[in-house]
Ligand binder design. Structure first.
Ligand SMILES: [Zn+2]
Length: 299
């Protein structure tokens, strides 16, 4: 609640300048008395984490156009085509809630610390997702997503992914190729087990896997386990997995599931907003990540 009040406080100045920021074309669903920040306009009044989130979302997804408040004080992201998704509904989320608003999906700062100390219960930065945002960005059915898919190669293996994620994956290969040439043992970690696959997450009541949106790739599952299929907790590979691979993926906007408490060591997921925030708030990118005050699990 404190976080939400803080957000409202930070946006208060907009209540006076909001009408100036709104353009006639934007008034379709929000009347001019509600505050907004839009791309290409002065957003100096956004502060702190809200400003970081906005900048990282804009950088990660150029189609994100405005951040807008409604009459209830909720904040919405709006795309250039007018579609919108909830950024901040102002409510806390439960410990087991993985489908959240955009703000909650970014609340835990992803750690870039190469030492990789174990992540405590409740810390899985990047594992919470706004499925509304993913559906809006990529499509809400396999048929809707297919036109966005491309097939390319990753170390000689055919991989089918969403176009931007695939381009990022190929930049990961460019980073890794010289290292793999010198350390051929790394190849054992780079066997693709698939990119795009419209399916639910194993053991999670049909919640969609990010593979459904073509933004994730699994590598060498025989070597890199998933927490539900392993008796080891935490898994030693979370600390010993080759740093060069993790670093190359992170540099191109992928989160690694090995940094989640409920680990998924084979899993790399294109979430450039998460990596942008990790680099923007480096002091929070320590051993345990930054857990926002709003991020206290409720039972
Ligand atoms: Zn995966």
């Amino acid at each position: 609640m404190y976080r939400f009040l803080q957000t409202v406080f930070l946006l208060l100045p907009l209540l006076t300048v909001g009408p100036v920021l709104l353009r006639a074309a934007d008034a379709a669903w929000s009347d001019a008395s509600h505050p907004a920040a839009c791309a290409g306009e002065d957003v100096a009044f956004l502060q702190g984490e809200l400003l970081t989130d906005w900048q990282c979302l804009r950088q990660a997804y150029p189609q994100v156009h405005c951040l807008r408040a409604d009459a209830e004080g909720r904040l919405w992201l709006e795309l250039a085509d007018g579609r919108r998704v909830l950024y901040d509904g102002g409510l806390p989320f439960a410990a087991g809630q993985w489908d959240v608003d955009v703000r909650a999906s970014m609340a835990q700062v992803y750690p870039l610390d190469p030492q990789r100390p174990s992540t405590p219960l409740g810390v899985s930065p990047g594992r919470r997702r706004s499925y509304d945002l993913l559906r809006m960005l990529y499509g809400s059915s396999a048929a809707a997503i297919r036109p966005r898919l491309r097939t390319g190669t990753f170390f000689g293996q055919a991989v089918r992914m969403e176009a931007r994620a695939l381009a990022a994956l190929q930049r990961v290969e460019a980073r890794l190729a010289p290292l793999v040439a010198g350390q051929p043992q790394l190849r054992a970690y780079l066997k693709s087990a698939g990119g795009f696959h419209w399916r639910g997450i194993a053991g999670e009541n049909g919640r969609l896997s990010p593979h459904s949106f073509g933004i994730a790739i699994d590598l060498s599952p025989r070597k890199a386990p998933y927490w539900r299929w392993s008796r080891v907790f935490p898994h030693p590979l979370q600390a010993s997995y080759p740093e060069a691979i993790v670093t190359a993926f992170e540099a191109e906007g992928f989160v690694w599931g090995g940094k989640w408490h409920e680990y998924d060591i084979m899993h790399f997921e294109f979430r450039p907003e998460i990596l942008c925030k990790a680099r923007t708030i480096p002091e929070a990118s320590g051993a345990e990540g930054e857990v926002s005050s709003r991020d206290v699990p409720i039972q």
